[in-house]
Design a protein around this ligand. Structure first.
Ligand SMILES: [Zn+2]
Length: 586
């Protein structure tokens, strides 16, 4: 049976409604209890640092000098001291060697090229002071002296030495009254970069961590600070957790954080409404994950584990505009911050959260996506085969003691994504993998058998499928281009009742034919049978799929496609997240 579609000629009734992009987004207001600043972990755990260089006031950054202090529980900064030095380094208060190469490194053990030392023993003067001003007056009297802020009091220290006896000897030689002192395993020392010139020390035990806030430049411009090759807005926090090396955290206003996420989660060249949808999702993720990495003293990390964030190196008008036009807006469900997920491409349908991860969430429901296929995703279609022997090898390699594979039974979800795979083996055992594991268990990148998403079929070559025919199954051709088989509506136009030609999107369209109204399910035709629960057998199993990611929440390529079709960021968010609102915090 052949159907013929005559583009731009016949009257089409569309399954998908082509509603025009709405204007102003409707934004509600709720008490969402979101912090104004995000704490973003830059270096922590096994990546913690012996030394952390900051550069300020150089030709490409903005600001002049730094304030030293701490961030309170509400992430507000309180200053206790300051410096006009523009290049500073925070080190752990231990005996260190300075390698005066271009990286100004401070290291635990001597290298052949070390040019100086930084000792952790000092001469402690006998008085302490209640104010920074008093302590600073004393510092002015002694060469090589500096202030230690220790449990809310200011003390004055002189010099740096590799041992207590060296400190005592130098005190005697200089006629200074004081005792030898070395910091605790929580002390952080601030030096002028590349030197042993100590500017400040901070030790409030585990109660508070050193906070550093760059000062604005002399014109009052917002500071922008270099740290390890990236420019950051906001301040930094330095903690020595359990006495280890330094954990570095960027404490940054939420909107500045989103500016540093957006170009790494979506291409700056994508349409504005897609970038706006991504900005709202990124902001919502940050609000939803406050304290996710609380054990390390911050909320979210700067990698794909949370969201990629690299400060302000990549900027652009579209980024600035997308963040500004959605400023303060979050995705909410039932007047609370919604858990948002996103992925690169859904391949035709998103999925219920409980069918991929653990818990059902009312706003994370699978939807058939008629938009994404109107753009190229880079993962539009992938297919490869497995022999039963290769499946056995793959499962064995992953630690599952399967025998010879007799059959594989795929179970699909309501929207046609994979839910589970059951492998029946020659020992009479059945191994069942569900949800995200069902999609990853057979993935084998080294053999070019890579499963990129939840949306794929598995068909054995000798299976007798009780085929449930897709609606109007059979090849579909365009009249006048009979050698082109149609597998999506991509690039087709239809004249609607209003007389306006509109692009046809997606994989399911209804046409009026000589036989009456018919539904063409182009995606089902393209993918072949999708029979749930039927054991697949054979000498070869073909896996065919589309999309890239876990299929839960927003498809980024789908957002791009919707934006190109004229939909707004609010339309995009409401399409991918069921029953949600946009809201600001009050
Ligand atoms: Zn993380």
């Amino acid at each position: 049976m052949k159907f013929r579609i005559v583009p731009l000629a016949l009257a089409f009734a569309l399954l998908i409604s082509l509603f025009p992009a709405s204007g102003e987004a409707y934004v509600a207001s709720y008490s969402l209890n979101v912090p104004a600043y995000a704490k973003v972990g830059l270096y922590y755990g096994s990546g913690d640092l012996v030394y952390a260089n900051l550069l300020n006031g150089s030709e490409n950054s903005v600001g002049h000098g730094y304030k030293f202090g701490y961030f309170d529980a509400a992430r507000n900064f309180f200053s206790v001291a300051d410096t006009d030095a523009t290049a500073i380094t925070m080190v752990k208060d231990r005996n260190l060697y300075i390698t005066r190469d271009s990286n100004n490194r401070y290291v635990d053990t001597a290298t052949s090229d070390f040019m100086g030392t930084l000792g952790c023993y000092h001469i402690r003067l006998p008085y302490s002071y209640a104010s920074y001003a008093e302590a600073r007056d004393v510092v002015a009297l002694y060469t090589g002296s500096f202030i230690l802020f220790e449990n809310w009091t200011y003390s004055v220290m002189v010099g740096n030495y590799f041992s207590a006896s060296e400190a005592v000897a130098d005190a005697a030689a200089r006629g200074i009254t004081g005792t030898a002192y070395s910091g605790s395993d929580r002390t952080v020392t601030v030096v002028e970069t590349g030197t042993s010139h100590i500017l400040f020390e901070f030790d409030c035990g585990s109660a508070l961590s050193l906070g550093i806030m760059p000062k604005p430049d002399y014109e009052g411009q917002k500071p922008l600070t270099w740290f390890k090759g990236y420019k950051y807005y906001g301040g930094f926090q330095y903690s020595r957790l359990s006495g280890n090396n330094i954990t570095v955290v960027n404490v940054v206003a939420i909107e500045d954080y989103i500016m540093g996420v957006l170009p790494y989660e979506m291409s700056v060249s994508w349409p504005l409404e897609a970038l706006k949808a991504q900005a709202v999702c990124a902001r919502t993720y940050a609000a939803q994950n406050v304290g996710k990495h609380g054990a390390y003293g911050f909320d979210i990390c700067a990698t794909t584990d949370c969201q990629v964030y690299r400060g302000q190196n990549v900027t652009g008008d579209s980024i600035t505009q997308a963040v500004a036009e959605t400023a303060g807006q979050y995705v909410t469900y039932g007047a609370a911050i919604a858990a948002v997920y996103y992925h690169s491409a859904d391949g035709g349908a998103t999925e219920n959260s409980e069918n991929v991860f653990a818990n059902p969430l009312p706003h994370l429901k699978g939807v058939i996506d008629p938009y994404e296929s109107t753009v190229k995703t880079g993962h539009d279609l992938w297919t490869f085969t497995y022999t039963p022997q290769q499946m056995k090898e793959r499962l064995n390699a992953k630690g599952y003691a399967v025998g010879d594979i007799l059959s594989v039974t795929p179970v699909y979800t309501d929207v046609g994504n994979i839910f589970s795979l059951a492998f029946k083996d020659s020992n009479g055992k059945t191994f069942i993998f569900k949800q995200r594991t069902a999609a990853t268990i057979l993935s084998w990148a080294a053999e070019n058998k890579e499963i990129f998403s939840q949306r794929f079929t598995l068909v054995g070559n000798t299976t007798v499928n009780a085929v449930v025919p897709a609606p109007s199954s059979g090849p579909v051709y365009i009249a006048g281009a009979e050698d082109t088989e149609l597998t999506s509506a991509n690039g087709l136009y239809a004249i609607g009742g209003s007389g306006i030609a509109e692009p046809l999107a997606g994989s399911a369209i209804t046409v009026i034919t000589s036989g009456g109204m018919q539904t063409l399910n182009l995606a089902a035709i393209a993918e072949g049978p999708r029979d749930s629960g039927i054991p697949q057998t054979g000498t070869s199993f073909t896996i065919t799929g589309s999309g890239w990611g876990h299929n839960v929440g927003m498809s980024q390529h789908g957002a791009r496609a919707m934006a190109l079709l004229g939909y707004s960021y609010e339309d995009i968010i409401r399409f991918y997240f069921t029953g949600v609102e946009l809201a600001t915090n009050v």
